[in-house]
Design a protein around this ligand. Structure first.
Ligand code: 4AD
Length: 500
């Protein structure tokens, strides 16, 4: 009798006979021996089959089994430092649960569009597996941090009768004949809740009709939002700093291997410690207009131009290699062409944008919002996350507290993650004064009647308070060193992308 074991626990079973239940990830074989890499959801393991009397009946089936067939294998667990995970199984029995059809995602590179159309299968690939495991831990750590620090979870509604952030990104839904919107934020409801519980948070899906196809925008993303009564801007910033450090520490403790597999520089991640950098919007504007962005972008242009030239030399070589050599060598060359063509396409697009980004930075005017390229520049000019505070009032949401010492700006912050990732948190102190808030809503043309309940919070025991929102996908992208946030959510929703 063998026991069923999971691959991540094989170390507990060395010398024993166990059964694995999984899928065939990859295989190679000769006439006498076959190596099957089996994955079971917890990891992958090399399973070795030798043609012997015992395995004769299934040896040929096993070695020809298509990729992603489901199977169970039984055999002895052995330590094998050269194998993935450090253990292997010497197979004595194998049964096929389902012989797969020809699997569309081979182990060779595929174009991004193809992979996203096959997202339901792409999940099984290694990189996606690492990413979604890390995401699950980030979500767990978010809950842990707030639960352990005295915050009460308040589930805020998804159907919202009025805008929380900006009317231009609302998704309208028909609610029994009346218009209603998918929540852009739970914040306004949290402000009510923090007056009852002191420290609260909400965590859930958030919707923005962003007509934007950038690497930073989804139409459905997950956001955690804490809100704290009797808090100043500095208090809120201190919580954000501790919170980010707790996410980094948890990943370094539990997911170093996954991060390394993803190519993330973990030493760099380990430098993320308090205090983070802090600049005002006005200082950020000066930085943009100064010499550093030009230097940075000129360097980019030179590096990217050199890489395109390298690719242009490489493509004909790869093309030639597709018609010579063994089949696997031809396949490898063909896959290589797809990969470098995709890289070249991205580089050319980025290079075309560099002059525009230089111009935007150099001519940045105090009063405008920081654009995506401006954020990228500021964040690349910092090694650590950087808080940018005190933005001009008109570019920020109506609820942000006016700075009493300079009423042109609000007491807010965006936290930009380093290495060009850009904003992962937006937060502020909230306007607690009824008259100032009403005046601000008038400026923004917000219908006061829709917000009467919110204004009540300023009528009955109003106190200074504040909070922030952190986007899970942008945060996971930064922590994992992934360029595009669409890979950090199981089924991304973007403009023009809702399948599967
Ligand atoms: O800066 P935002 O819009 O802030 C709010 O919604 C506030 N109500 C939060 C608060 O103070 N309680 O969004 C916060 C974060 C951003 O920093 C970003 O990480 C993420 O939410 N985010 C998006 N992520 C993916 N796709 C989008 N379209 C996003 N828009 C915002």
């Amino acid at each position: 009798m063998s026991t069923t074991a999971s691959i991540d626990r094989l170390g507990d079973h060395v010398g024993e006979t166990v059964t694995l239940k999984g899928w065939l990830y990859n295989s190679r074989s000769s006439g006498k021996i076959a190596f099957l890499v089996v994955r079971d959801g917890t990891g992958s393991c090399q399973c070795v089959l030798e043609r012997s009397d015992q395995t004769e009946s299934f040896f040929d089936t096993a070695r020809r089994l298509p990729q992603e067939s489901s199977l169970t294998v039984t055999g002895e667990v052995r330590e094998e430092p050269r194998a993935v995970g450090g253990y292997e199984i010497k197979v004595t029995d194998l049964s096929v649960v389902h012989a797969s059809e020809e699997y569309p995602i081979t182990l060779k590179p595929h174009g991004t569009d193809f992979l996203f159309k096959h997202r339901h299968l792409w999940f099984r690939s290694k990189r996606q597996w690492h990413l979604l495991r890390i995401r699950a831990t980030v979500v767990d750590q978010i809950r842990r941090f707030f639960n352990d620090n005295g915050f009460v979870l308040i589930d805020t509604p998804i159907f919202a009768p009025a805008a929380g952030e900006g009317a231009q990104t609302l998704f309208k839904v028909d609610y029994f004949g009346d218009p209603i919107y998918l929540a852009q934020t739970g914040q306004l409801y949290l402000e009510a809740a923090c007056m009852a519980h002191g420290k609260v948070y909400c965590f859930g899906p958030t919707f923005r009709a962003e007509k934007s196809k950038t690497r930073r925008h989804l139409t459905e993303f997950w956001m955690v939002e804490p809100e704290i009564a009797y808090a100043s801007l500095d208090d809120v910033i201190a919580v954000a700093e501790d919170f980010i450090c707790s996410l980094v520490d948890r990943l370094l403790a539990d997911h170093k291997d996954n991060l390394v597999e993803l190519g993330r520089d973990v030493d760099q991640l380990a430098t993320i410690k308090k205090p983070f950098d802090r600049i005002t919007y006005t200082e950020a504007a000066d930085l943009l207009r100064g010499p550093k962005p030009i230097e940075l972008l000129d360097n980019d242009m030179a590096t990217k131009t050199a890489r395109v030239a390298e690719i242009d030399k490489l493509i004909p070589e790869l093309e030639a290699a597709t018609s010579t050599g063994k089949q696997w060598q031809r396949d490898k060359a063909a896959a290589g062409i797809i990969e470098v063509r995709e890289e070249r396409g991205e580089l050319v697009e980025q290079m075309a944008n560099i002059p525009k980004h230089k111009e935007l930075a150099a001519t940045f005017e105090w009063g405008s919002d920081l654009g995506g390229s401006d954020e990228t520049i500021i964040s690349r000019l910092h090694e650590k996350p950087v808080f940018v505070t005190h933005y001009p009032k008109p570019v920020k949401a109506f609820y942000m507290r006016e700075d009493r010492s300079d009423e042109r700006v609000v007491e807010n912050f965006d936290l930009l993650a380093p290495q060009g990732v850009g904003e992962i948190i937006g937060g502020s102190a909230r306007e607690e004064d009824l008259d100032r808030l009403i005046a601000r809503m008038k400026q923004e043309n917000l219908p006061q009647k829709d917000y009467e309940w919110y204004l009540d919070l300023r009528r009955y025991g109003s106190v200074p308070h504040g909070g922030f929102g952190l986007g899970v996908e942008r945060t996971v992208a930064w922590l994992c060193g992934v360029k595009h946030i669409r890979e950090t959510i199981p089924f991304p929703r973007m403009m023009g992308k809702v399948y599967p």
